[in-house]
Design a protein around this ligand. Sequence first.
Ligand code: NAD
Length: 734
Amino acid sequence: MTYKNFTLGPNEEGIVVVTWDMPDRSMNVFTEEVMGEIDAMVDAFAADESVKGVVFTSGKAGSFTGGADLKMLRGMFDAFEAKRREDKDAAVAELFTRCGEMGRIWRKLETSGKPYVAAINGTCMGGGFELALACHGRVAADSAKMGLPEVKVGIFPGAGGTQRVPRLTDTQSALQMLLKGETLSAAKAKGMKLIDEVVPADQLVEKAKDMLRAGLKPVKAWDEKGFKLPSGPVYSPAGAQVWPAVASLYRKETSDNYPGARAIVKCVYEGLLLPIDQALKVEQRYFTEVLQTTEAAMMIRSLFVSMQALNKGARRPKDVGPTELGKIAVIGAGFMGAGIAHVAAKAGLSVVLLDRDQEAADKGRAHSATVMEGLVKKGRATKEEAEALLSRITATPDYAALGDVDLVVEAVFEDRKVKAEVTKRAAEAMKPGAIFASNTSTIPITSLAESFPDPQRFIGIHFFSPVEKMMLTEIIMGEETGSQALATALDFVRAIKKTPIVVNDTRGFFANRCVLRYMSEAYDMLIEGVPAAMIENAARGAGMPVGPLALNDEVAIDLSQKIMRATIADLGEAAVDAGHLKLVDALVAEGRIGRKGGKGFYDYPEKPAKKHLWPGLKNLFPQKRPEEVDFTELKQRFLVTMALEAARTMEEGVVTDPREADVGSILGFGYAPYTGGTISYIDGMGVKTFVALCETLEAKHGERFRPTPLLREMAERGESFYSRFGAAALVEAA
Ligand code: NAD
C-alpha cells in the first residue's frame, strides 16, 4: 500500500519504519487526509502477520509536526456554524464526532496489538505529541522539543493528552504542563516520564528499533489489570494533598477566565476516576463544549489564525518584490538600540551599532555579550553560537559604516533635535534606496521624516521593552511613507520573528494609547477611594498580566508626568485630567518615581522581600470600604476603557484591520487574552451589548465611557467590527 504523506521502509526483522513527510509542505501538519492515511495504516499493520512493530518518525529536518492544520480547524468551525443555524442538536452531534476523530485513531493505534515507537526527531506539538503518547514507546532526539500548547489558543489537548499525561507522570506536574501549555525539552520530558529515551539525532531510529527488538509490549500499562496512577487514586490521602491545591492554583493562574483551562482540570479530575476508554469520552465531551465557547473562537482567531497571517506578511504590499536584508544598522546603542541590535544579530543579520563615541557603542554591544554569557551558562546556547552572534555586531561611532546597509533603525534620545541631526548625517552616508526607520514612541513620524531627503523611504518601527521578550512591533506609516519602506520594515520584523501591526501616524500610535487608558482608569479609581489592592486584583481578575499601578511603576511615574505635561503643552490644559496630574505630581514630589527609584505606587524593599503597595496611598484619598465597591464593575471598567480606545483608533483609521488591533492588544499590553483582544472583546459580546455597557458606565463614571458615533451606528445596524472592517482581510487570508 502507498500513502501520499508517508513513506514506508522495507519490512526488516518485522519492523517497518514509517516516515511522515508531506509533499509541498515545510512542516508536517494534521489534515483530514493525513489522519485518514494513519487510520488506514494502523488497520493494515494490524492485519499483517509479518509486521512485528512500527517506528513512526518524520522526514522534516528538526521537526516532527507543528500540530493541526489551520484549514482543518477552520473547516470544522465553519461547518459547525453553518449547520447550527439549521439544526443545533445535529450540529453539536457532528462536532462531537469530528472532535473525537483524532482521539479515536490514536486509541485504535494504542490497542491494535502491534507495538509502535515514536521517534521524535524535533519539534513535536499538539496532536503530534498526543500521537506519540499513544505509541507504546517514545524516543526523542536530544534537541527535540515537545508539548501540548492548545490551552494558549483557548482550547486544550483533546486527543488523549489530558488522560495519558497524568497516567504517565504525577498529577501536579501533569496539570502544570497542561495548564501552562509548556514546551518541554527532551530531557525535561524524560524526567517527567513522558519520554523513554533521549539520544543524539543520528541514533534515533536505531534506538527506536532496539526498543522493538527488545520485545516492547503492545499493551499500555493502563490497559493492564492492577494499573496504579502515578499519584495514586483521586480519592486517597495522596489525592487529598493534591486536589485542594490544584483548585487554588487554577484560580490564581487563570481567574477562572479560560474555559479551556477549566476543562483541563475537569478532564484530569474526572478522567482519573475512570478507566481509560470512558475517560477519553469525558475528554471528548469537554472538548466539544469548549470549542463552542466564545473564548475559544476568539482566541483561535486572534492568537492562531490572525497572528500567523500577520507574521506571514498579510499587510505586505503585493507589488514589492522580496527585499534582501543582509546588513542593517542601529543608531543609538542605549537601552532599546542594544536590544534591537541583539535580536537582529540573533536572526543572522549583520549589524552596525552606532553611537556618539566608541565607548557608548561598545556598551551597547556588551549587552549582547552579557545576554549570551547567561544563555551559555544555562546551557541554552553554545560558546560558538555566542561568538558567532557577537561577531555579527560591529560597534562604531563612524557614519561611513552605514554605506552598505539596507535598513537603519534609529533609537537615539527622544529629542526632536537630536533625532533630526542623526537622521541628516545618516542620510548622507546611506546608499541610494536604503530605508530609514525611527523607533520613536511619541514623536509623529511624518514630522521626523522632514529631516530625511526622501520621506517615502522613512518609516516608524516601534519596539516595546524589553525588546528580547516583547513580540509586538508597530510599523508606523508617515503621510508619505512608500510601499518599499513598508515592505522592508515588514521583512525585517519577520526576519527577527516578531509580529507586526501597521499603524497610521498619530499621538501614542495604537498600543500606548490603549495602555494610557488602563493606567488612567486606575488613577480615577484611586481618586474615588477604591483601595489600591482591589484595583490591582480587579485588573488581574479581568485577565491583565500586570496591575495598572505595578505597570505604572515599571513605566516610571515621572515619565507619566512628562507625557502629561507634554500633552498639555501641545493640546492645552483640558487635554489632561487635572486630578490625574495632581496625583502624579504628588507622587513624584515624594520621590515616588517608580520601580527604577525603588518606590512608586509600590515599595520595593531589598530582595528577597517582595514589593508591596505603599501604605501611604490610603492617606491620599478618603477610602471606601471594600463592600462599597462593585468589584465586577472594576473589572469591566478596565476592559471597556481599553476596548473603547481601540474602537476609536479604528474609527479614526489609525488601525485599519481588526486583526491588528486584537493581536496588537494581546502582544503589546497583555489585554486579557481570553477575549481575543480589544476588538474581539466588543464583537464577542456584540456591539449592541457593548454600547449598552458603555452607557451604563458613562452614567456612573462620566463621558470617557461614551460610545462613539461609529459604535452606535454599528449597534443599530447589527454589525460587528470583523464584518464591517475585516471581511476583505479575512477573505484575503483564506
Ligand atoms: P537610551 O537613553 O537608553 O539610549 C539612547 C542612546 O542614544 C544612548 O546610547 C545615547 O548615547 C545615544 N545617542 C544620543 N544622541 C546620539 C547621537 N547624536 N548620535 C548617536 N547616538 C546618540 O534611550 P532608549 O530608552 O533606548 O530610547 C531610545 C528611543 O527608543 C527613544 O526614541 C525612545 O522614545 C524609544 N523607545 C523607548 C522605549 C523604552 O521603553 N525605553 C520603548 C519604545 C521606544
